[in-house]
Write a protein that binds this ligand. Structure first.
Ligand SMILES: [Fe+2]
Length: 221
């Protein structure tokens, strides 16, 4: 995919971002994230998310929910909070399978242990640590972006936006993270909590819509 094609995928939501520096950072990062992000299934094990859903479908569905959240907080949130929510969600799963060049892959041991389909052997696999890896890789991109912004005398991102975007990625597993300790007393209107809530609910909604792992509809499969 060309950079132009990649940006086209998120054009509608990039255009919703009104804070110029946040839009520039999101664009800067999007064309630098791992290539696998653009074609990855939403569930690499076939167990979570909806059937045949890609990670791009999942991200776009999260963004559609985010529009509703921005409407809900319309008079309460400043535009910057809305822009941080869109930016963090666009980027939250970009490093799903780990560091580029050291991507996690499905082994025979994992297939046996998790009872996965044999055809998945050698395929890319979601890393449980991807929220942590994503936020650390994106913070490296943020540094590059800030240096470039200084050099070109362009506006930089405020420290609160920087924190909300990167921590939104870091804590998007919420209380289910292996590494990041999530503060369950975080205010409901915090951008970081909303990234987690939206991601969690989109994933579960799509499973229910496709009647996967949905006990009361199992007989209707
Ligand atoms: Fe996600």
């Amino acid at each position: 995919m060309t950079n132009e094609e990649k940006l086209k995928v998120f054009e509608y939501y990039l255009n919703k971002i009104e804070t110029e520096a946040i839009k520039r950072f999101t664009t800067f990062a999007l064309v630098r994230v791992p290539e696998y992000f653009w074609t990855l299934p939403a569930s690499t094990s076939g167990k979570n998310h909806g059937l045949k859903e890609t990670v791009i479908d999942h991200t776009l569905a999260c963004l559609a929910i985010a529009e509703g959240v921005c409407e809900q907080f319309n008079k309460h949130w400043e535009q910057e909070r809305k822009d941080e929510l869109y930016s963090s969600l666009i980027l939250h799963d970009t490093y799903r399978c780990g560091h580029p060049g050291k991507e996690l892959r499905i082994t025979q041991e994992i297939i046996d242990k998790e009872n996965l389909d044999q055809s998945l052997l050698g395929e890319l696999m979601t890393s449980r640590d991807h929220p942590e890896i994503g936020s650390s890789e994106l913070s490296k991109l943020m540094k590059e972006f800030l240096i470039e912004s200084y050099k070109n005398e362009k506006g930089i991102i405020s420290s609160i936006s920087l924190t909300n975007i990167l921590d939104g990625v870091r804590y998007h597993y919420g209380p289910f993270s292996n590494t990041a300790v999530f503060d369950m007393k975080m205010p409901y209107d915090s951008v970081i909590l909303q990234v987690h809530n939206i991601d969690f609910h989109q994933c579960h909604n799509s499973m229910y819509l496709t009647r996967k792992h949905c006990k009361h509809t199992e007989s209707r499969k």
